[in-house]
Structure formats: structure tokens, C-alpha cells
Design a protein around this ligand. Structure first.
Ligand SMILES: *[C@@H]1O[C@H](CO)[C@@H](O)[C@H](O)[C@H]1NC(C)=O
Ligand SMILES: *[C@@H]1O[C@H](CO)[C@@H](O)[C@H](O)[C@H]1NC(C)=O
Length: 620
């Protein structure tokens, strides 16, 4: 018996080593699954709690635990947990008194990255209001659309965005929308300044009874995405989803002692949910920046002892492009959370800036499926594991790139992509992984639903993304299907751009797509257009219309003039060939133009300019 025992013990002792050899990722899989399970259990607990325990309540618990701990460092100032709490009480008390806000109202926030973003949102949450986070780059028609589709009756805007608000003011007035500017005074008729009222308001805590009827399925936020087509859409974020996204820091191993660096815009889910409310969940400190600065990045990290950074693919590239310094490895950053980094850039980044755990994740704001890279494998966005598979059932299905639709077999059903083959990611819509859809846009919501995938009548979320799972179960992001492209970390919907292009007098039709440029992440905007009969291409006017109506990342940098645009059999514009042809004047016969931001006009794309773009001499 004793010897049997010894054999067993020896076997057990060998087991880890054996597992390490047979399944090298076993331990990492386990740690990750345990973490996910822990947060899953917490969410289940919150489901049974009444009244609702929200991120706000979690923040208030942090305030009680460590009132004096710094919550936000911003431009040389530090705001403690209790400072931010009191500011948000003032906002809430003022908005309640002046605006009459109450539980269930929606308020649109039009603010840049500054501490007041945090307390304005907290103030709204204290009143039980949902917040719509407007992208501060958008203007005119797009802005109005975003504002309108969330059903808000109130707009709160930063002083520096007054011009943008004034542009759409007539339309807002017509709808009876109340507009408040965070300034001491405002002489514009129809805009009220509210900063004085906030300064004078009481900082007494708000009674939880103001938000007593909220539950996990209540709408907490609207976050805008350019998912696939047309103008931006408001993805509805419930309290439950907000919890799930705020857990990503914890799942990635971030603790309350970490110092978190936010330089991504707070109107996106990465900056707001993974970053800001994630920090409220952890109770850690945030270094907030108005915008990313490659030259300031490491100095900030050193000054504030930053331990966790967020990134998009461009972040890594810009950091690698800065001049090398002796103190490149002198910092405390240990985790990076984000998405879109390419394997080569990542390797370079690690070599230069030292060992940092990258938590590359794949997720869409509105999607019902996500992956996170929790192993040490370069280039992957995540890993297939049993827990994940069961919690969030998903599949990769064969996709026809030409037709831009899933391949269907004789029975009209989709076909699973083979292991190693690129396929369209679809996530089964279940109670645990719901797809709430877009506010006030049933048509767009329906477009993201895919039916009859594996059996008649089943229902999946169409991510619009092409992924691949390799033979070791690692997941790789491959590309995005047709009608959006990603540039400078922003999704651009091609139809939104083409809708604006055809507003230009000289342009008859437009087909917009993204092309890759050597040395850059994502794809830059390009448009094939046809001209209105009898008109020449107007280089100045086209540039003017686009700059008035589109943020700079969405503008087509290259224009290709064609006699007619090619259609598919189903009257969709053909893009695949155009994308492949790119913008090389040596290969393309059609006239090509390049957007010269300095000259504020399109200029003919010569071979010289083309070469300078590829050499990185012309900044895009
Ligand atoms: C950063 O850490 C160092 C050493 O641990 C400490 O002396 C310094 O005060 C810290 N700085 C901040 C801003 O917390
Ligand atoms: C995944 O994480 C590991 C460990 O931090 C890292 O080495 C690897 O590059 C990451 N993969 C990606 C695509 O970021």
C-alpha cells in the first residue's frame, strides 16, 4: 500500500510538469478561468440583490474605505475619492434643482477627457439617469443624429464645445431640448450656463431613493459605435454590461494598488468602461490625460508610478517611433490592456520598454462575445477554453468576401469554418450573452442579428469581424468585413462617409473603403467617386465639405475618380478589388487625389507624394 501511495504521490508531483509539457497553457488557462469564474459569481450575486448594487455603489464603498486616496491625477492636480464624490453630489444636486432630472431620464454628455467627465457621470448616476457619451469629434448632422437617437431631452456640454453645440442649436430648439454649458456664463440664446449653479449647490450625498427602481437590466449608458453602416449607432449598455466590462481590469490581474493610465477617449467603452469605471470597481488611482502624447507618455508613467496602461495598436507604434532613450526601461508599468496591436510592433515594444504583460482583448461595445489574451503567446487576441465556450457560445463561420455575406449550404444554413481557416465570428444570443441592440434603431439592430445559422430559427450576433482559431486553440483577429474600417483607433462606417461625399456638388456617387498603408495600423479612408455630369473635381470644395462634416480620422485621404462604379449582382458596390488595388499611381489609371490637410485641398497624387507617404515623410 505504502509503495502504491508513493507512486501516486510521485505521480501527483510530476503532474504539473507533465501538464506543462502536454498542455503548456494549462496553468494559464486555469488561472484565467478561475478569475473569470470569480467575477461571474459576483455578477450572479448582484443579480439577486435589491436594490441594485451598481458601479456607483461600488465607487461609494471605495470612498468610504479610502476617502483621501487619490482617484484622479490630471494636469498637475489631484482629486481624492472624496473630492470626486463631493463634486458629483454638487452636480447631482444642481441638475436636480435646475433641470429637474429624475430617475430614468437620459442626459447626453458632450465633454472632453477631464475630471469633470467622471463627476458629471457620477452625478447623473446618483439621480438614476442614463448618460449618452457623445464623441467630441463629431459635428453637425452626425452630432444631431447621435443626440437624437438616444432619446435624451437634455444636453450637457463642455465650454470649449460651444461652437459645435451652436451649429445644431436650431434643430435642438425645435425639439425642445434643454442645453446646458459647463461655463460661468453664456450669452447664446437657448444655451444656459450651469457652472455657477453647480458651484453653489450642496455637496450633501443624494438619497439612494432617487435611484431605487434601477435594476441590472436598466440602461446605464449609450456608447456610440460605427458598427457597420450609416451614421453612428447608440449601443445600449445595461447596468449588467457595465459590470461585466468593468471587471476586465480584475480579470487581467489589476489590483487596488495599481496606478492606471487613461489616455483613450472617455466616450468609448475602452476608456470609460475598462478604464474609468473599471478603476471605480478596483478602487485604484487614475492618471487621466486629455489625449495621448507619445513624448509625454513615459515621463507621466515615471512621475506617477503608473503600473497599468491602456493602448490601441497606434499607441504602441507611436511609442516605438519616439527617439530611443537610456531610461526607456525605467518605469513600473507591468500590464497593458487594449486591442489592435500587431505582433511585430509588440515584439519591438517589449524589447525596448521591458517586460509588460499584454492583455490584448477582442470585444465590440455592443457585441455579446469577447476574448482576452491571457497567455504569453504573441499575436493572439485570446484563447478558446471550455468555460468561455459554455458561457458565451460562439462560432466562426465561412464567409464570402466578394458577396460580403456568410456562405450558406443547400439547406440554407451556415457552415463552420475549419480550424485554421478564417471565418466570421458570430456569438449565440442567449440570456447570459444577450444582444441588446441599438437605441431607436431596430433596422440596424436587426442587421446585426443572424438567423438560421446552424439550425432553422436560431439567433446569433454578427460581429462583422473575421477571426481565426489555430490548432492550439489560439484566437487571431484577421480583418473586418466590408463596410467599416478602423483608422487611428476609431471605427469608420463607409456609408456615413459616402453619404457626405455625395453632398459635394461635383460628386455624383461614392464608394468608400479603407486601404492599408505600410507602417500604419488599420486602414485609411479612400473613396472611388464619379463626377456629376459636366462638372470637374473641385479640390477645395470637397475638402471643405468633408472638414465641416467629418472628423479628421474619417475623411478619405485618397480619392479615385472613375467613370462608373462597379456593382455586384445584388447592387452592392464592389470594394474588394478597389481595396486590393490601393492607391499606387503607377498601377492605377484613374485620376488619383491626396488630401493635403495643410493646404486644405485635394492635390493630384503623384508618384513623389506616393513615395513620401510610404516612406513616412508625409504624416497621415
Ligand atoms: C513613486 O514611487 C516612489 C518610490 O516608490 C515614491 O518615492 C514616490 O513618492 C512615488 N510617486 C508618486 C507620485 O506616488
Ligand atoms: C499576449 O500576452 C503576452 C504576455 O504579455 C504577450 O507577450 C503577447 O505579445 C500578447 N499578445 C498580443 C497580441 O498582444
Amino acid at each position: 500500500f505504502a509503495s502504491a501511495c508513493a507512486v501516486l504521490l510521485a505521480g501527483l508531483a510530476l503532474l504539473p510538469a507533465l501538464l506543462q509539457t502536454l498542455c503548456p497553457y494549462f496553468l494559464q488557462d486555469c488561472i484565467y478561468m478561475l478569475r473569470v469564474a470569480r467575477f461571474g459569481v459576483r455578477l450572479e450575486k448582484y443579480k439577486r440583490r435589491t436594490p441594485l448594487y451598481s458601479i456607483l455603489d461600488c465607487f461609494l464603498d471605495s470612498v468610504r474605505r479610502h476617502p483621501l486616496k487619490p482617484f484622479i491625477h490630471f494636469e498637475g492636480k489631484t482629486y481624492s475619492y472624496s473630492d470626486v464624490d463631493r463634486e458629483s453630489n454638487k452636480v447631482a444636486n444642481a441638475l436636480r434643482a435646475v433641470v429637474g432630472l429624475k430617475e430614468g431620464d437620459t442626459v447626453a454628455m458632450f465633454l472632453g477627457n477631464e475630471p469633470c467627465f467622471a463627476w458629471t457621470w457620477l452625478g447623473l448616476a446618483k439621480l438614476g439617469c442614463a448618460a449618452a457619451l457623445l464623441n467630441f469629434n463629431i459635428r453637425s448632422k452626425s452630432l444631431l443624429h447621435c443626440f437624437s437617437c438616444c432619446g435624451a431631452r437634455v444636453l450637457v456640454a463642455a465650454e470649449e464645445l460651444r461652437g459645435a453645440v451652436e451649429e445644431i442649436l436650431p434643430a435642438l430648439k425645435e425639439k425642445g431640448i434643454r442645453v446646458y454649458l459647463l461655463s460661468d456664463e453664456c450669452s447664446t440664446d437657448g444655451i444656459k450656463s450651469i457652472s455657477q449653479a453647480i458651484k453653489q449647490a450642496s455637496d450633501e450625498p443624494l438619497s439612494p431613493s432617487f435611484r431605487a427602481n434601477l435594476h441590472l437590466k436598466s440602461t446605464a449608458l449609450y456608447i456610440y459605435t460605427s458598427g457597420t453602416t450609416g451614421l453612428p449607432k447608440a449601443a445600449l449598455i445595461t447596468q449588467e454590461r457595465m459590470w461585466a466590462a468593468s471587471f476586465i481590469q480584475g480579470v487581467s490581474g489589476v489590483t487596488a494598488d495599481d496606478v492606471f493610465y487613461i489616455n483613450l477617449p472617455l466616450y468609448h467603452s475602452a476608456g470609460f468602461l475598462i478604464g474609468l469605471t473599471g478603476c471605480m470597481e478596483r478602487g485604484n488611482s487614475v492618471i487621466l490625460r486629455r489625449k495621448f502624447s507619445a513624448s509625454q507618455f513615459w515621463d507621466d508613467c515615471r512621475k506617477y508610478n503608473v503600473t497599468v496602461m491602456q493602448y490601441i495598436g497606434e499607441t504602441m507604434r507611436y511609442l516605438c517611433n519616439t527617439p530611443k532613450k537610456d531610461n526607456d526601461k525605467d518605469h513600473k508599468v507591468r500590464i497593458a490592456i487594449g486591442n489592435g496591436v500587431r505582433a511585430d510592433v509588440w515584439n519591438e515594444f517589449l524589447k525596448r520598454f521591458g517586460n509588460i504583460y499584454v492583455r490584448e482583448l477582442y470585444a465590440a461595445t455592443e457585441g455579446n462575445i469577447g476574448f482576452i489574451n491571457y497567455t504569453s503567446k504573441v499575436g493572439v487576441v485570446g484563447r478558446v477554453n471550455i468555460l468561455h465556450r459554455n458561457l458565451f457560445p460562439y462560432a466562426l463561420i465561412k464567409f464570402d468576401i466578394e458577396k460580403e455575406e456568410p456562405v450558406r449550404n443547400a439547406d440554407g444554413l451556415c457552415v463552420q469554418a475549419a480550424q485554421g481557416e478564417t471565418g466570421l465570428l458570430v456569438g449565440k444570443i442567449t440570456k447570459k450573452s444577450p444582444f441588446v441592440g441599438y437605441a431607436g434603431n431596430e433596422q440596424q439592430t436587426e442587421k446585426k442579428r443572424l438567423r438560421d445559422v446552424f439550425v432553422k430559427g436560431d439567433l446569433y450576433f454578427n460581429s462583422g469581424d473575421l477571426l481565426k482559431v489555430d490548432h492550439e486553440n489560439f484566437v487571431y483577429f484577421q480583418d473586418r468585413v466590408g463596410d467599416t474600417f478602423r483608422w487611428k483607433g476609431e471605427n469608420v462606417a463607409t456609408t456615413e462617409v459616402s453619404d457626405i461625399l455625395i453632398m459635394v456638388d461635383c460628386i455624383e456617387e461614392a464608394n468608400v473603403y479603407g486601404v492599408t498603408v505600410k507602417g500604419h495600423e488599420g486602414r485609411i479612408g479612400m473613396a472611388a467617386i464619379t463626377l456629376t455630369e459636366g462638372k470637374e473635381f473641385d479640390c477645395v470644395d470637397t475638402c471643405k465639405v468633408l472638414s465641416n462634416l467629418l472628423p479628421v480620422y474619417a475623411r478619405p485621404y485618397f480619392i479615385r475618380i472613375q467613370n462608373s462604379l462597379e456593382m455586384t449582382g445584388t447592387f452592392k458596390l464592389k470594394k474588394v478589388k478597389l481595396v486590393a488595388e490601393g492607391f499606387d499611381p503607377a498601377l492605377i489609371q484613374d485620376p488619383l487625389y491626396f488630401l493635403d490637410l495643410a493646404q486644405k485641398k485635394y492635390i493630384p497624387l503623384t508618384q513623389d507624394i506616393y513615395n513620401s507617404v510610404l516612406a513616412g515623410e508625409i504624416k497621415l
